[in-house]
Structures are given as structure tokens and as C-alpha cells.
Write a protein that binds this ligand. Structure first.
Ligand code: ADP
Length: 392
């Protein structure tokens, strides 16, 4: 039997999974899928490595599939399917490792208890990330499980960049900048030297532009600064999240609009960003395809904030040798990449329009002082690699 590693990414309304076979030549993705719409209109789909649909199922409103039910459905499905594969270990994406977990970790009841302490730091994500771990620890205590954290890659950020200018007691209590999307940045950093030795050894800005968007400054492959902070709300505007906002706005909302924490949370996480500005959609494709002025404004605000953060990260790094685009928008939208590169001309970026239209991988001209790349991210593979190493 060939050993296999299952990667689980459990969110607020979905559980995504990817099963890797451990081959001599490396990890091979053999089955991937997800259950979306948990608690509303659950839909399960699984595909093989070529994209062929292996199974699909929907549940009626009365069936009320919850998160545990979704994980059970996935593990039962894989159990029937695996055949010559034997599950060796499970790797989980966990948003917050706090100050303690700056590396992936093997899970047991004690570690799970420690990670539960970080729920107040990421109340919308951490409980969902930990649910499948608890379920599998109960069901299959012998199975090796590993947690990989979105915060961990930024543990190399210098103290000065982690500090908010607030009383020290709050910093000690954990109110500090952590940074997120770390598994994506770690993956890009791990493949950078295949593309560009100068970028791997120098100062590189990575733009992870998806539904969630952030940017990270790397020095010799290590994170030194990022746009996300205490939570994944900070930095760039996103699909539905506001990004950086004057904290005085929150005081105004409380004092003048009588909004409580839950109402403000809903506003800033779910009703802001591209959706909030446009009033049309959180989906970049829809906005780019629209000639409504509000859609154009939302895209303008998005790229303007990126332009500002590019300057901020360039200053933190003391210069830029390379830029890399990744995630849904970064990998697929030549238009957004072109606008960002035009805005970064002052840094020495010169776009090769034809290469950009083709999606790269290199989209800067040979004479460009800054090399610009499009590199697809692979957070699941990063989790599988960590899991394989810790399970050995
Ligand atoms: P998530 O953060 O949920 O993983 P993704 O990385 O998949 O999200 O990114 C989703 C975003 O990518 C959406 O805004 C979507 O419109 C955008 N996107 C995907 N393909 C394109 C494209 N060809 N052009 C513009 N935007 C795109």
C-alpha cells in the first residue's frame, strides 16, 4: 500500500480537502474536493488528479449537515476510495499559532488545548480549523495529525514591525501584528530560486491577491514585513473585508451609530472591501467586466491601496529586487497586474505586456531593474510537505 497524506482546510462554511500520494518523486495530488455551503445548501464534489469528477452530492435544507458531518463525509468517501493508498497522516490549515507556535506542530490533546486559547484572536476561523482536529483525535487517536499555521512564516518579522504603538501590557497580552497567508508566502519562497536566484537571495515583495489579499516583504526568503496585522482584516481592501481603516472610524460607529462589536464585525468582514465600495460584487472578475462607475471605483481603491503598500514594503526592505504575483487575482488578472506594475514604475518595474497577457511566469522586460513574476501558490502542498516531515 502506498502511504497518503490528507490536507484539510476547514473554514466557516466549507471544508476543502486534498489527498496526496507519497511517491518516490515527491507528493502527488490524487483527489481533491470540498463541501461548501455547510448549514445552508451543502454541496460535495471530489475530483481526481486530472479534474474528472469522482463524486458529487447535495443535501436538502432539512438534512442540516454540520462541520463534523462534513469531515465524516469526506473521510468516509476517501476510505471507500483509497484502494491501494493508506492514510499516513492528516495536515490541517490553522489560522493562528499565536506567539508560541512558529513552526508546524504534531497534534495531541494538549496542543489542541493550547491552540484553543487563540480562538479569541481569530474567532471567525480558529474554531472551524480546530473542529476536524478534535473530531479525528476522538475517532482515530493513532492517526498522526499536524497543524500548519498562517501566522508562523511571519515569526521572523523584527520586533519593531510587530509592535503597535499602544501600552506594553497589551502587547504582552498578545495584541501585536502577526501577519497571515503565511503558507502561501512560504510556498512561493520555497520555489523562488527555481525562477530567480536574485529574488531568492534578495528583497522580494509577494502579492497574494485573492478573495483575501495581502502583501509580504521577503529578505533572503524570510518574511520581514506584511500588510496584515493582528487580524486578517488589516492592510489591503479585499473581497468583503475593509483592510486598513482609521481606528477612529470604529469609535464613531459605536458612539454615533450605536453599533456593537458583532455589528461592526459584520460590517468590516462581510460588507466592506470590493463589495462595500461597489455595492455590486466582491468578485474581481465581475467588477472588471462591469462598466458601472461604482465597479471602477472599487477596482481603483484596490489598486491604489496596493500602490501605497508597495511603497511601504519597499521602504521596510530598503529597496526591491523582485515582485511576485499569486492567488486568484494575482495569477489570473493581467489587467490588475498591469495596473500595479505601472504604478510601481518608480521602483524600476518595466512590464513586458505580451508576457503579462500570457500569464508569465516572467512578466518584466529583460531590462527591468525589478524582475516581476507570476507564480501559482500551493498552500496545500506546503501543508502536505510539513505533515510528511513531522509524521516521519
Ligand atoms: P480565496 O482567497 O478564496 O482562495 P482566490 O485566490 O481563489 O480566493 O481568488 C478569488 C478572486 O480571484 C476572485 O475575486 C475572482 O474574481 C478572482 N479571479 C479569478 N480569476 C480571475 C480572472 N481571470 N480575472 C480577474 N479576477 C479573477
Amino acid at each position: 500500500m502506498r502511504p497518503a497524506i490528507l490536507v484539510l482546510n476547514a473554514g466557516s462554511s466549507s471544508v476543502k480537502f486534498l489527498l496526496f500520494a507519497e511517491e518516490a518523486g515527491g507528493l502527488q495530488a490524487v483527489v481533491r474536493g470540498q463541501i461548501e455551503g455547510i448549514r445552508t445548501a451543502p454541496h460535495f464534489i471530489a475530483r481526481d488528479g486530472t479534474g474528472k469528477v469522482l463524486a458529487e452530492q447535495t443535501w436538502g435544507e432539512g438534512d442540516r449537515l454540520d462541520h463534523d458531518g462534513a469531515v465524516r463525509h469526506i473521510t468516509d468517501f476517501l476510505g471507500e476510495l483509497r484502494g491501494e493508498l493508506e492514510l499516513h497522516a492528516v495536515g490541517h490549515r490553522v489560522v493562528h499559532g499565536g506567539t508560541e507556535y512558529v513552526q508546524p506542530v504534531r497534534l495531541d490533546a494538549d496542543v489542541l488545548g493550547a491552540l484553543e486559547k487563540y480562538i479569541p484572536l481569530a474567532p471567525l476561523h480558529q474554531p472551524h480549523n480546530l473542529g476536524p482536529i478534535r473530531l479525528l483525535l476522538g475517532q482515530r487517536p493513532q492517526l498522526v495529525q499536524v497543524a500548519c499555521f498562517d501566522t508562523a512564516f511571519h515569526a521572523t518579522n523584527p520586533e519593531v514591525s510587530r509592535r503597535f504603538a499602544i501600552p506594553a501590557e497589551l502587547h504582552e497580552a498578545g495584541v501585536r501584528r502577526y501577519g497571515f497567508h503565511g503558507l502561501s508566502y512560504e510556498y512561493i519562497a520555497s520555489v523562488l530560486d527555481r525562477h530567480d536566484a536574485k529574488a531568492a537571495a534578495g528583497r522580494t515583495i509577494i502579492l497574494h491577491l485573492g478573495n483575501g489579499s495581502s502583501m509580504c516583504g521577503l529578505e533572503v526568503g524570510r518574511s520581514v514585513a506584511s500588510t496584515m496585522g493582528f487580524t486578517a482584516l488589516d492592510g489591503l481592501p479585499m473581497g468583503t473585508r475593509c483592510g486598513a481603516i482609521d481606528p477612529g472610524v470604529l469609535l464613531y460607529l459605536m458612539d454615533q451609530r450605536g453599533m456593537d462589536a458583532r455589528a461592526i464585525e459584520k460590517l468590516l468582514y462581510n460588507q466592506s472591501g470590493l463589495l462595500g465600495v461597489s455595492g455590486i460584487s466582491s468578485d474581481m472578475r465581475k467588477l472588471l467586466g462591469s462598466d458601472d462607475a461604482r465597479a471602477r471605483l472599487a477596482v481603483d481603491v484596490y489598486t491604489y491601496r496596493i500602490r501605497r503598500e508597495m511603497g511601504s514594503l519597499a521602504a521596510a526592505l530598503g529597496g526591491v529586487d523582485a515582485i511576485a504575483f499569486t492567488a486568484g487575482i494575482g495569477e489570473n488578472s493581467a489587467e490588475i497586474r498591469a495596473r500595479i506594475c505601472r504604478d510601481a514604475a518608480w521602483l524600476g518595474v518595466e512590464l513586458d505586456a505580451a508576457a503579462n497577457a500570457q500569464g508569465g511566469p516572467r512578466i518584466s522586460t529583460p531590462g527591468s531593474r525589478v524582475n516581476v513574476w507570476v507564480i501559482p501558490t500551493n498552500e496545500e502542498l506546503m501543508i502536505a510537505r510539513h505533515t510528511q516531515r513531522l509524521a516521519a
